[in-house]
Design a protein around this ligand. Structure first.
Ligand SMILES: NC(=O)CCC(=O)C(=O)O
Length: 259
C-alpha cells in the first residue's frame, strides 16, 4: 500500500486559502500514485478557535463534498485529516475518511481536547471509536493530542487494525515528543503509523512538519523533515505487521483479567 502525506501550511482563520492550498497539495500528491492521501488536523480553519462561529463548516458538508469528489474523481482513498465543524449547536474537531468511490467510510470526533491550545474551551469532546478499512486493510485514525493516551490507541488497534493514521497540528517545541510518542504507538501496537503534521505559523505556535511514516518495529521509513510544505510518501509492506505480531503476540498475551 502506497501512502502519501500532504504536509501543508495552514493559514490561520483563512478558510478559502486553506481549501486552495489543500486542493493543490492533494493534486501534487497524485503524482506519486498513492493508494491513500493523508491530511493534517483542522486544515480548514487552523486553530482560530475563537472565530469558529463564522469559520466552522456547518455539519461538515463543504468538507465532505470536497474530499468525496476528489477521492471519486481520482480513484484514491483519503484520510481527510480533520476540520472544524459546527453540528448540533456545538463545534467539533472532526475527521472524515473516504474510499476510492468517494464514500464516507469513517467519521471521528477528536476525543482528547488539548488545553494548552485552548481547544477544550471551544470544542466538544468526541465519544466514539474510529475504525475503517482502506482497500480491505483494517485501519484506525486519531487526532494529535490523542496520541498521548496509549490506552486509547490500544483499544482502537485491538480490533486487528494494521495502520494507525494520525492527523495533527503539533508545534515544533515538542516535536521530539511527537516522534517518540508515535514510534512508541507503532511498536506497542505492532502497526504502521502514518502521521500528518502541518508547517507554518499560528499566532502562538510555529510548526515544522516532521510528518512521519513508521513501521511496526518503530523504524521511521519516511520523514517530512524539510520544515516546508511537501508530500511525504512510502510503500507499506503490510506483511511486517503479521511478522511483528507473529514473533511477539502482544495482543494475545494481554492480561485482560488484570487490566
Ligand atoms: N493539536 C494538538 O492536539 C496538539 C497536541 C500537542 O502539541 C501535544 O504536545 O500533545
Amino acid at each position: 500500500m502506497k501512502v502519501s502525506i500532504a504536509q501543508i501550511d495552514i493559514a490561520y482563520g483563512n478558510v478559502s486559502k486553506n481549501y486552495e492550498r489543500t486542493a493543490n497539495a492533494l493534486q501534487k500528491a497524485l503524482a506519486n500514485h498513492p493508494d491513500v492521501i493523508v491530511l493534517p488536523e483542522m486544515w480548514n480553519t487552523g486553530y482560530a478557535l475563537d472565530k469558529l462561529d463564522e469559520l466552522a463548516d456547518e455539519n461538515g458538508e463543504r468538507t465532505k463534498n470536497f474530499l468525496s469528489a476528489f477521492a471519486k474523481k481520482h480513484d484514491v482513498n483519503i484520510v481527510g485529516g480533520s476540520c472544524a465543524v459546527k453540528r448540533q449547536g456545538k463545534f467539533w474537531n472532526t475527521a472524515y475518511d473516504f474510499d476510492r468511490k468517494g464514500q464516507l467510510i469513517n467519521e471521528y470526533d477528536k476525543v482528547h481536547l488539548f488545553g494548552l491550545m485552548q481547544e477544550d474551551r471551544f470544542i466538544a469532546q468526541g465519544n466514539s471509536e474510529s475504525s475503517f478499512e482502506i482497500d480491505g486493510i483494517k485501519s484506525s485514525c486519531v487526532i494529535c493530542y490523542d496520541i498521548r493516551f496509549p490506552e486509547w490507541e490500544r483499544k482502537l488497534m485491538s480490533s486487528g487494525a494494521k495502520i494507525l493514521f494520525v492527523s495533527a497540528q503539533w508545534p515544533d517545541v515538542r516535536i521530539k515528543q511527537w516522534e517518540i510518542l508515535l514510534r512508541a504507538r507503532a511498536i506497542e501496537n505492532q502497526s504502521f503509523v502514518v502521521a500528518a503534521n502541518r508547517v507554518g505559523d499560528a499566532p502562538n505556535d510555529h510548526f515544522n512538519g516532521h510528518s512521519l511514516i513508521i513501521d511496526p518495529f518503530g523504524e521511521i521509513i519516511a520523514n517530512g523533515c524539510s520544515g516546508q510544505e511537501e508530500i511525504v510518501s512510502a510503500i507499506l509492506d503490510l506483511s511486517l505487521v503479521d511478522k511483528a505480531r507473529g514473533n511477539i503476540p502482544v495482543f494475545k498475551d494481554r492480561r485482560l483479567d488484570l487490566y
